[in-house]
Ligand binder design. Sequence first.
Ligand code: NAG
Ligand code: NAG
Ligand code: NAG
Length: 216
Amino acid sequence: MAEKNQNQYQPPESNGYHRNDQESLHTMEDEEAKRKKRMKWTIGIIAFIIFQVVQALFFVLVIMKFKSPNFRVSEFNVQTFNVGTQASPSFGMSFVAPIRVKNTNWGPFKYDASTISFTYGGVQVGQMIIPKNKANFKSTKKIDVNVTLSSANLPTNINSNLGSELSSGVIMLTSQGELKGKITVMFMFKKKKTSQMNCTMAINTTTKAVQSLLCK
Ligand SMILES: *[C@@H]1O[C@H](CO)[C@@H](O)[C@H](O)[C@H]1NC(C)=O
Ligand SMILES: *[C@@H]1O[C@H](CO)[C@@H](O)[C@H](O)[C@H]1NC(C)=O
Ligand SMILES: *[C@@H]1O[C@H](CO)[C@@H](O)[C@H](O)[C@H]1NC(C)=O
C-alpha cells in the first residue's frame, strides 16, 4: 500500500491533522472519482455544444433554405382532339392538365389563385385557372384541371405555320404561368416565393399524347 501511494498524488495536509494510510487512500479515491466526474461533465458539455452547433447549422443550411417550388405540367393524353388539314389548318382539343407543384421546403407553400395560359406560336389558345391552395411541406400538390384549347383566334401567319406542323404530325404547345405564395417554416419563419412555369410540349396528332415535354 505504502509503496503504491508514493507515486500517487498526495493532497496537501494543510488542515494540520495527520492522516493514516486508510484516510489518504479514501481521499485519493475521492479525488479520482471527482476527476472522473469532472471529465464526464466536460465531455458532456462539449458534446452538448457540438450538438447545438450541428443543430444550428442544420437549421440554417437545410430547414431555413427557402426554395421556389417546382411548378409544371406533367404528361397527359388528349381526350378529344380535332385537327384540320394542311390546306385548312386548325385544332381543337380538350384534356385534363395534370399540374404539379413540388414543394421541397420544410414548411407549407400557400399560393394565390393564378392563371396558366397555353400558347401556340406565342399566341394564347386557351387558359386554365389554378385556385388558391397550398402545397404541404416536402410534398407535391396535384391539381387536375380541364382545359380546352382552340386555334380559332390564331392570326393568319401563325395558322399557316400550323399547316406545316399538322402535316408533320406534331403540334408544339407552350404552357406558361406564375404561382405567387408564401412558405412558412416552423410556423413562424415566412418567405415569399414565386414559381415560374414555362413548359414546351410536342403533341403527336396520331397518338394524341404528349410526345416530349420540357419544363424550365
Ligand atoms: C373534366 O370534365 C369531365 C367531363 O366534362 C368531368 O367528368 C371531369 O370530372 C372533369 N375533371 C376535372 C378534374 O374537373
Ligand atoms: C407519332 O406517334 C407514332 C406512334 O408512336 C409514331 O409512329 C410517329 O412517328 C409519331 N410522329 C412523330 C412526328 O414523331
Ligand atoms: C420560356 O422558354 C422559352 C424557350 O423554351 C423562352 O424563349 C421564353 O422566353 C421563356 N419564357 C419565359 C417567360 O421565361
